[in-house]
Design a protein around this ligand. Structure first.
Ligand SMILES: *Cc1c(COP(=O)(O)O)cnc(C)c1O
Length: 233
């Protein structure tokens, strides 16, 4: 079995190759290591290999992990990104314990995060999650409503609107994978042309990060390719 350190290197190589193909600078693409279901030890191992940004989906699991890591290794300076669905009664610990939230899809959630972000911390970095594939089951704001949500979030002083995030349906080949990422990129460009100073396109996971980079991803969120298969039992 390969180590987390080897896997991180392999993913960075993939990012480098995809960037080169796209004529992009690999340093403009940040790797977010998605550590959900893996323990503090795995995060510490990745951090020792130089990884600093970690993504989590489940609030209580994330808070327990952060505490365990702070206790074991107070020297590690990590950035935490919340990337999972948000219940409105769970916004306070997210506002208090994360640097980024990628999964804002409703104004009410944004308002609560804005009110609850502690004064001593910098504004919370926000990406709007967009329902780019359009299935009823998937979360995210509808593309037609993203502009209104962006305006609302941009007016909130304790939030910093950074960009857009999407989780497209799994697709078979590279060209199919590119399509939804292309649509998210077009929406991103449209919001920028309306005056929003966005700099972040959070798109691409283990299976499709190469296609996402071809379409302009600036953050790729990678779990399995770094930590291995998740066990939910
Ligand atoms: C789990 C998850 C990932 C990582 O997916 P992998 O396929 O394991 O790389 C990325 N983004 C979100 C929102 C996730 O929930």
């Amino acid at each position: 079995m390969s180590s987390i350190s080897d896997n991180l290197q392999a993913v960075q190589n993939r990012i480098g190759i995809a960037a080169k193909k796209a004529g992009r600078d690999a340093s403009a693409i940040e790797l977010l290591a998605v550590s959900k279901t893996f323990g503090a030890d795995a995060v510490i191992e990745a951090a020792q290999a130089g990884q600093t940004a970690f993504g989590e989906n489940y609030l209580q699991e994330a808070l327990d992990k952060q505490l365990a890591i702070r206790t074991a290794r107070s020297d590690l300076l990590l950035k935490w990104h919340f990337i999972g669905p948000i219940q409105s009664n769970k916004t306070r610990p997210i506002a208090e314990h994360f640097d980024w939230v990628h999964s804002v899809e409703r104004e009410k959630i944004a308002q609560r995060l804005n009110e609850q972000r502690p004064e001593g911390l910098p504004p919370l970095n926000i990406c709007l999650q967009v329902n780019i594939s359009g299935e009823a089951s998937k979360s995210g704001v509808a593309p037609e409503q993203a502009g209104a949500l962006a305006r609302a979030v941009a007016s909130m002083s304790r939030l910093k609107l950074r960009g857009l995030m999407a989780i497209p349906e799994p697709a078979g080949d590279f060209e199919q994978q590119r399509e939804p990422f292309h649509r998210l990129r077009a929406l991103f460009d449209a919001l920028r042309s309306q005056g929003h100073a966005l700099d972040t396109l959070s798109m691409g996971m283990s299976a499709d990060l190469d296609a996402a980079i071809a379409e302009g991803a600036t953050i790729v969120r990678v779990g399995t390719a770094i930590f291995g298969k998740r066990d939910y039992t």
